[in-house]
Design a protein around this ligand. Sequence first.
Ligand code: PMP
Length: 437
Amino acid sequence: SDHDPRGSSTRGWALQQAAAEVLPGGVNSATRYVGHPYAFGGGDGAYVVDLDGNRYLDYHAAFGAILLGHNSPVVDDPVRAAVGTLDLFGLGVTELEVELATRVIEAIPSAEMMIATMSGSEATAQAVRLARAATGRQLLVKFQGGFHGWHDAVARNVISRPELAYGHDPLSAGILDTALESTLIAEFNDLDSVRALFEQFPERIAAVIMEPIPHNVGALVPTQEFVDGLRALTSEHGSLLIFDEVITGFRHALGGYQEICGVRPDLTTFGKGMANGYPIGGLAGPRSLMERFDGQKGDVLLAGTFNGYAIGATAAIATIDHLRANPDFYTRTHALGERMRSGLASIVAELGLEATVAGFGGVFSLYFAAGPIRGYRDLMRNDDQAYAGFHRRMTDKGFLMIPMSLKRNHVSGSHTEEDVDRTLDAARDVLAGMKAD
Ligand code: PMP
């Protein structure tokens, strides 16, 4: 078809072959290789264009880093203006860093102070280290299917059918045994599984880290009882609650998922969408905890040559300012997400498929498993092959979705109702075709 990026005579294919010689696996991040020689040359709003000139309506959105749309002038214009003045000084502070922290603190209910990092992984690494320092404890609880970056402290992953998520348990070779042993795994939306760990390891758990909605396995929306229960359990046991809002932050609400569920975590991490495609991450929390990063009074190392650099800070400020000035971003993306989810659910029902539509706000996922899907355990029934077929056929029609069966798709600030309706028409064709095969 017009959109098939796999043709062996394409520029994309040629680039992938050249890439395979100089980059391991031909990519700079392993999840970018999905058996297709994707090679993009540009993007504009809700669309991306590959090197052969094919346009795709983009729901992958760089794993959610694109929030407003590709190459948004809202962000790119101030970035252009910053280039050429504030490169890097390595001493003191810039006005931009104070402006950024001020905005984050105003937006995030639990934030009193903030540090800027270069990525989400750095933010979660700092959060875990701070939690260990503050509690004097070593153990960390994370949830099956949750992803918090590539570093050792969060490298222990699923305990069953790991092939559904990242392919390894741990998710990499070369991880310290002590790091793996220090990470305990609980089941999302199952408070008893967390309670059991607190009983098994009294006064040893430094923190519970969670994606408030585990979007790394699609969208497991927490029950209110679960998030309230986690807040109570962690407080009762002297542990910290860390919300990893790298995906949910700024995307679902200006104040992140904590604004929506009303639970105040001790620490919050950010990244991805907060700067609409420019690298930056952050960690926020109460003054009492964050002051441990103070180089004079504190005891937790805060270092990073590029932390708070001008381009990332400028992009984040522009993104946050846009979201503050346009709260309809949230009503619009939530309505479009809902339109997509209800449309997909109708198609699934019409065709009598064993599939479940999930999501929140502008995020949607299609699981090839019967519902209800509450926790990771339910996702073990997912038919990965069926998703792969769905994904490939949607790509061929010009709709770029996330290739991994348990991840998620994103409606950005640039998608329209018409985009969603065209997507639903294509999905109906694809799913009916798959059923017929
Ligand atoms: N936390 C979550 C919830 C994420 O989804 C990711 C990235 N997928 C990270 C942390 C790590 O962020 P980064 O890739 O910027 O290091």
